[in-house]
Ligand binder design. Structure first.
Ligand code: MV4
Length: 684
């Protein structure tokens, strides 16, 4: 076994590999780009080396720099993870030539699977079932057209150098073949520098079933059950499960043995995945072989109780496979959801930003979170937008679904758009529950997966109560905090009520439907704030709706009762936005950016009332020199006190109100002249 390995990757997979390696007592060497200096994998490693600028081509793809660091750090082996250099045959070759073990397959095996047509030729010889079609070298148009006619329609034109859905084109009839072929070849030449095409019968209702294989250096090979990875968006997997539901044992065995034949055909060593297209008639056909550890490997680990990274390290260091086929056991069912920083409502476009709040569910024996980020980290444009992987295990598929449903409901992220609510809808869908899953799952269930039928009026009412309860908390715990900077008008001379004008999500929305009037009839005005943990009753009207709400706030959890129904909602304020999480939904309600308004009210020289209220204390006098942050006047509004503090050092020039005076929002309370040196400071 190795003593020192270098992990040539980042993010969750780098953390995952380090986790297992360190458990084996292996000294872990990380590499990082300038964007990852404080990244989780760097902090976890025993030592770490800077590769270069953030751009992958200047860092994680710099094979020469990685090898240089491996030599420098006396790494015995390199684990490539997935992506980056993990399927780069030249890199694997270079490692071998420099006496550094590449923890993966031989370079020749990687190369053999790099071309779809070459891979198919090898599989044909190994008697691995191939999709009916043509993958020859003769690319003459007339030959291709004849082969298309032989194949039948609809068919797929696939770029030999393509992969992951890139360079695929459906052709529905012979009449459109010529034009489609020209277009497909042009696209392939542009994308891959190689216009070679292969033809396959297009299977319209098919599943992506893949088999995990593992081979050692002594001729042993096993398959570790199957995974169903059919639920993809833009050919990117988002939900995977193991074992694949609804496949007869005999077919599982046949696919496993075909996968082993595929691996043996290329003298494979290490972890590998053979992907098949599986049809309703139980036919299955080789799609491609991935010569690396896959993102979704944890679902296999959870049903076989095998640590695949540990196996990789053992096999790469020359050990024999720990199990033979008869010793491989499968228990229960596992599901993985990939948590991405992306916007499902905007064609899954990647998102970036800061993970201001990152609260994964509690990890247990049956709930696993593989993550490469911590709260406060940035999701940058440079790398894959995957935040983490959420994996659950159940005794059966139904229990696994239930656990995933709960875990997704408990997974809260604020600050970066993400796909958690979408994943929740996938897992909650009747089609998923009944395993009606194929490669068209998202298209077929589009209506339910992208429905937006949220009762915003109710949630706005709840958000308004949360806002008031949070301000009560702030007012009690932070006397310098201006808690009402995010609330609206106040009325003291009638029954106290609060108006909160939430920002309508679009200009064509009537802002009246986003105005909340919160009445707290039972509340008498008292100068001390009510602890937010104490339940309070509100009558809230939003637009033409009205709700009777009892609510109390316990840290980030809001206990709410609306018209007799009780439920728990998690609430987080972040940058004038209130985020509510309930049953897999994540709702953001935006307050007007009062921060700017507050800045206006506290402009240089004039300190103004940020809302209506009553002066209950004047803490300064004309001519007094004050330092920045000194409380100058206290206003009471809606039973809470809050201080107006000096925004900078200065001298009080005038005070325009006395104790017990009523003030209106915007009234100038105090004239404060900045002292000369402060001005200089401010200018700086
Ligand atoms: C296919 C196919 C149907 N028939 N080949 C998509 C990317 C690459 N893995 C191959 N893909 C497909 N090849 C034939 N002959 C359908 C797909 C496909 C797909 C496959 C697996 C998972 C999701 C998919 C989404 C769209 C298309």
């Amino acid at each position: 076994m190795f003593n020192r390995i270098l992990i040539a990757n980042r993010g969750e997979i780098a953390c995952r590999v380090i986790e297992t390696a360190q458990q084996l007592g292996i000294h872990c060497i990380a590499v990082y780009s300038s964007a990852d200096t404080q990244a989780k994998h760097v902090l976890m490693a025993d030592e770490a080396y800077l590769l270069g600028p953030a751009q992958s081509s200047d860092s994680y793809l710099r094979a020469d720099k990685i090898l240089e660091i491996a030599r420098l750090s006396a790494a015995q082996a390199i684990h490539p993870g997935y992506g980056f250099l993990s399927e780069n045959a030249e890199f694997a070759q270079a490692c071998q030539q420099q006496g550094i073990v590449f923890i993966g397959p031989p370079a020749a095996a990687i190369a053999a699977m790099g071309s779809k047509s070459a891979a198919k030729e090898i599989m044909a010889k190994a008697k691995v079932p191939l999709v009916p079609g043509y993958h020859g070298d003769d690319q003459d148009v007339a030959v291709l057209k004849q082969q298309a006619a032989n194949c039948g329609f609809p068919l797929l034109l696939k770029a030999t150098a393509g992969g992951g859905g890139k360079g695929m084109r459906v052709v529905n009839s012979l009449t459109e073949f010529d034009a489609s072929l020209s277009a497909a070849k042009r696209e392939a030449q542009n994308a891959f520098g190689d216009s070679k095409m292969l033809i396959e019968r297009y299977m319209t209702k098919t599943r992506h079933i893949e088999v995990q294989v593992f081979c050692d250096q002594h001729g042993n090979a096993v398959y570790l059950s199957q995974r169903d990875c059919s639920i993809q968006r833009r050919h990117q997997k988002i939900v995977e499960e193991a074992p694949a539901p609804g496949i007869d044992e005999a077919v599982v065995k046949a696919m496993g043995e075909a996968a082993i034949n595929a691996a043996k055909a290329i003298n494979y060593v290490g972890a590998g995945t053979v992907e098949f297209l599986y049809n309703e008639d139980q036919s299955f056909y080789f799609m491609e072989m991935n010569t690396r550890l896959q993102v979704e490997h944890p679902v296999t680990e959870m049903i076989t109780n095998v640590d695949l990274v540990k196996w990789q390290l053992q096999i790469a260091s020359g050990e024999a496979l720990p199990l033979n086929q008869s010793q491989v056991t499968v228990s229960g069912h596992a599901i993985e959801c990939r948590i991405y920083a992306e916007d499902p409502n905007n064609d899954f476009l990647p998102a970036t930003g800061q993970l201001d709040i990152l609260r994964p569910p509690t990890a247990t024996e049956h709930v696993r979170i593989d993550s490469g980020v911590d709260e406060g980290d940035q999701v940058s444009v440079y790398y894959d937008p995957m935040i983490s992987k959420l994996i659950v295990w159940g005794e059966n598929r139904q229990q696994a679904i239930a656990r995933m449903h709960k875990a997704l409901s408990d997974y809260r992220i604020v600050g970066v758009k993400n796909n958690i609510p979408f994943l929740h809808r996938v897992i909650s869908s009747p089609a998923f529950a009944s395993a009606e899953v194929d490669t068209q799952f998202i298209d077929k269930n589009h209506a339910s997966l992208f429905a937006t039928d949220t009762n915003h009026k109710l949630f706005l009412a709840i958000a308004s109560c949360a806002q008031i309860l949070q301000q009560a908390n702030n007012a009690r715990t932070d006397s310098h905090h201006s808690p009402f900077s995010h609330c609206g008008q106040w009325r003291l001379n009638q029954t106290p009520y609060t108006e909160i004008q939430w920002l309508a999500p679009s200009a064509d929305e009537d802002s009246a439907n986003w105005l909340a009037k919160v009445l707290e009839p039972q509340k008498n005005i008292s100068s001390t704030a009510t602890p937010s943990g104490v339940e309070r009753s509100f009558t809230v009207s939003v637009g033409d709706s009205s709700f009777e709400i009892q609510a109390s706030l316990h840290s980030d959890m809001l206990r709410v009762s609306v018209d007799g129904k009780q439920f728990k909602i998690h609430a987080y304020s972040n940058k004038a936005q209130l985020n509510l999480f309930y049953s897999g939904m994540a709702l953001q309600y935006q307050l007007p950016d009062i921060a700017t308004a507050t800045d206006d009210s506290q402009t240089e020289g004039a300190l103004c009332a940020p809302m209506n209220g009553r002066v209950i204390a004047v803490l300064t006098q004309s001519g007094q020199k004050v330092l920045s942050g000194t409380p100058l006047i206290i206003i009471e509004a809606m039973k809470m006190e809050h201080s107006i503090v000096a925004p900078h050092d200065g001298t009080v020039e005038d005070i325009y109100f006395l104790e017990s005076d009523l003030v209106a929002e915007g009234d100038t309370l105090i004239a404060l002249a900045a002292t000369a040196d402060t001005t200089t400071k401010a200018a700086l």
